[in-house]
Design a protein around this ligand. Structure first.
Ligand code: GLU
Length: 488
């Protein structure tokens, strides 16, 4: 019995790749492309590959390659096979270019760059667009042989056949390019180095890529690439060209719009899960109004049906909001290890001090995260609970301690009521303060607001009873005393 899994009819598992050029940091557009490829691969049980397109020696840097790895690792977009470096495959690119020549799909072009420049300038002077006129394709065979034998340098040019190149783009639907608009393009330069499209197709064939998903700034390369696949006798992969990303002003996203590097958002305390969720919606929708998703949910829901054509809008405020949602839903066990280093960096505490009171620390972060959009917000709000002394925010003082004598009197009464409470729990403290408010016939808020300033120095904090419990009896009472002294 033949092994059925060994037949060539076995379904091919999708293979996708992210192919960044290491010429800068990992920007949000690149990360979006990486994520979509990764989600598609994970959704279909396929493979996600990484190729570093480092053939532009002058612009590629090792630091940039490292930044790409670090950005992808921070997001958790791991790749399934060893990283492919395009620059290591120049020999194969050259062989593939020569195969085109041997198969009669390409021809030698002896025109020098100077000659081509001259003809281009002449065409422009006539207000015509320059297109290579195929003169070297008309050279007699013996002439070509003579030039080769004489060691004349030549490039290899692809002979674009008549017809139309069409494909069903996963995003845009049917796309057709008339071949007459494509000039006979060079595949190997006279120094035998491949042009970009030659290298990409040679690598995508070698990596057995089945679906090319990339930014739609590459649409115009696709007809040439399809011609190369066919001429090399390879299967043409599927294509999905993802929409551009714009700023909220409708213009192409650029540094003018603020941070565009993934690492900047990492530095701002954005969670990778929120970043992924936000990036996923730049050109894809799971349907309905659904927005907040975990990574496993995105993997489950992701499919070509939700890919969108219209430009996506990058709104940093939406990212912050989304981050707040993810902060609230993340298991505390995952959140705390992210908050701790930020608190330590801010000089508010040490990791040992937090480890000595794990329950208290967990309760603190659990309360603070509700009002936070970023980890940095949590750090800012945590200060009153971690430091011995507090400073009074001038705005809070102006608003809640308008009449110092009256505020001091209210604080004194609150202090006595709290000190007399039989236990230091939210419930007991609440009934103590509510009884006080009732006995004075004032709204409870009139007590809570000045008290909040006395305890935290701020106008916003978790609920006042939670604040009292987090601070503990001694610290809370001595802060109220200090505020009374300050006001008098
Ligand atoms: N290296 C190209 C870029 O960074 C991507 C090429 C491709 O995906 O085909 O834009």
């Amino acid at each position: 019995m033949p092994d059925p899994s060994a037949t060539s009819d076995a379904p091919v598992r999708p293979r996708l790749r992210f192919a960044p050029s290491p010429t800068g940091y990992l920007h949000v557009g690149g990360a979006r492309t990486a994520l979509f490829n990764w989600l598609y691969a994970r959704h279909t049980g396929g493979q996600f590959l990484l190729r570093i397109e480092d053939t532009d020696r002058a612009r590629s840097t090792e630091a940039s390659t490292r930044a790409i790895f670090e950005g992808l690792q921070w997001l958790g977009l791991t790749w399934d096979e060893e990283v492919v470096y395009q620059g290591a495959n120049l020999e194969r690119h050259r062989r593939d270019g020569e195969r085109l020549l041997a198969a009669g799909a390409a021809y030698r072009c002896f025109c020098t760059p100077e000659e081509l420049d001259e003809r281009r300038a002449a065409a422009e002077a006539r207000r015509e667009t320059f297109r290579y006129d195929r003169r070297c394709d008309r050279l007699p065979v013996d002439d070509v042989e003579r030039r080769v034998a004489a060691g004349m340098p030549y490039a290899i040019r692809f002979r674009v056949p008549a017809g139309t190149i069409e494909w069903d783009d996963l995003v845009h639907g049917r796309i057709a390019f008339p071949n007459k608009d494509i000039e006979d393009f060079v595949v190997l330069r006279s120094d035998a180095t491949p042009v970009y499209n030659m290298a990409v197709v040679s690598d995508d064939i070698a990596m057995r890529v089945t679906l090319v998903m990339r930014g739609d700034d590459h649409i115009s390369n696709t007809p040439k690439q399809i011609l190369l696949y066919r001429a090399l006798g390879a299967d043409v992969p599927g294509f999905a060209h993802l929409p551009m990303i714009h700023g909220t002003d409708g213009k192409k996203l650029s540094k003018r719009h603020g941070a565009t590097a993934v690492a900047d958002y990492q530095g701002q305390g954005i969670l990778p899960t929120a970043m992924l969720n936000f990036l996923a919606l730049l050109g894809w929708s799971p349907g309905g109004d659904r927005e907040i998703m975990t990574l496993p949910e995105m993997v489950e829901l992701f499919g070509p049906g939700g890919l969108q054509r219209k430009a996506a809008v990058f709104d940093p405020q939406k990212l912050e909001w989304m981050n707040g949602q993810h902060l609230s839903m993340m298991p505390l066990g995952e959140l705390l290890p992210r908050v701790t280093p930020a608190l330590v960096r801010a000089g508010l505490t040490t990791a040992d001090a937090l480890a000595a009171q794990p329950e208290w620390y967990a309760a603190l972060v659990d309360l603070l995260r509700v009002r936070a959009r970023t980890i940095n917000d949590i750090v800012r709000q945590a200060e009153p609970y971690l430091c011995e002394t507090i400073t009074y925010d001038p705005e809070a003082v102006a608003k809640q301690w308008k009449d110092p004598a009256a505020s001091a009197a209210l604080l004194e009464a609150s202090r006595d009521a709290l000190a007399a409470s039989p236990s230091w729990t939210p419930e007991a403290l609440e009934s103590a303060l509510r009884a006080l408010a009732e006995s004075r016939a004032i709204a409870a808020g009139k007590l809570f607001q000045p008290l909040r300033v006395a305890l935290t120095g701020l106008t916003v904090s978790p609920g006042i009873f939670d604040v009292l419990v987090l601070l503990g009896r001694d610290r809370a009472l001595s802060r109220i005393d200090a505020a009374i002294r300050h006001l008098r």
